[in-house]
Write a protein of this length. Structure first.
Length: 278
């Protein structure tokens, strides 16, 4: 059985295991919420890639908010359709480096599957090393036997966030840019007010990256040094994507007491009954 060595893997590790029968490579690319387009005029992929449709297939389309988590039964069914098995080893990447791939890493962990890693640097670094690519995603697999086992500790709801605001052992950390967090810059989602969750702090997701590569463990330990093992950290952002990047960085330095607020500011800011700071 092939096992990922950590929550991120380097391109060299993926290249060495590229043809392993248990390896599944997922492209989870979406465009940035703060960008009008994705630079994808030339479609190119890592060899043997399957497309993980985060925006459609693997988000709840009945929710009024973007990127809402699927229920465990539906996630299991869709993962099986991709050909994912209980003994699969998954590497997920995106075309932007480390962006939506972290969300997919969190989703699989939420569903109880931990043999998954994010490709450090994503497709840009893979291509820069001149590793194998292909122009079309042609790989397909027979239906898998993936099973979901929901890890409730990794997910937190709006009500739970509200109830935690007075708990000194629980900290909300927002991954949005400083200007969005402070309400200086408008939210990219139309009609969504600016602001932040009361008593939250701000670590822009870009702070844990060196361009498209995750920072070293030493650098990340410095960034997260104020969060002790007793502190439960709730990661939030605009709609759950970049909060997952902070969660990935947090887990990378063996800090496990965290959850992702799935609705994030899109849900919180839309609810006029909730307290807000600006």
């Amino acid at each position: 059985m092939l096992q990922v060595p950590d929550v991120i893997v380097e391109p060299g590790w993926l290249y060495e295991n590229l043809d392993h029968p248990k390896l599944i490579i997922l492209d989870a690319t979406i465009k940035k919420v703060t960008s009008s387009s994705l630079n994808n005029s030339v479609q190119e992929y890592i060899k043997n890639t399957l497309f993980f449709d985060l925006k459609n297939t693997f988000s709840n389309q009945e929710s009024e908010f973007p990127n809402t988590v699927l229920d465990a039964v539906t996630f299991e069914k869709e993962a099986q359709k991709l050909g994912i098995n209980q003994d699969s080893c998954i590497v997920v990447y995106d075309q932007l480096g480390i962006y939506s791939s972290a969300r997919v890493w969190w989703l699989f962990n939420l569903m109880g599957f931990q043999n998954i890693a994010v490709l450090n640097g994503g497709f840009p670094v893979w291509k820069s090393k001149k590793y194998l690519t292909e122009q079309q995603q042609t790989k397909s697999l027979p239906q898998g036997n993936f099973k979901s086992s929901y890890a409730t500790s990794l997910f937190i709801s709006k009500k739970e966030v509200l109830n935690s605001l007075s708990n000194l052992d629980i900290k909300v950390v927002d991954a949005r840019s400083h200007n969005r967090f402070m309400g200086i810059e408008p939210e990219p989602r139309k009609d969504l007010p600016s602001g932040r969750i009361p008593n939250s702090s701000n670590i822009p997701y870009t702070e844990v990256l060196n361009e498209c590569i995750l920072k070293s463990k030493t650098e990340l330990e410095s960034i997260f040094k104020s969060y002790t093992v007793e502190t439960k950290v709730l990661f939030s952002c605009g709609s759950g994507i970049t909060a997952s990047i902070l969660a990935l960085a947090f887990r990378y330095i063996n800090k496990n007491n965290f959850a992702v607020y799935d609705g994030s500011w899109t849900e919180w800011g839309s609810d006029v009954s909730l307290p807000k700071e600006q």
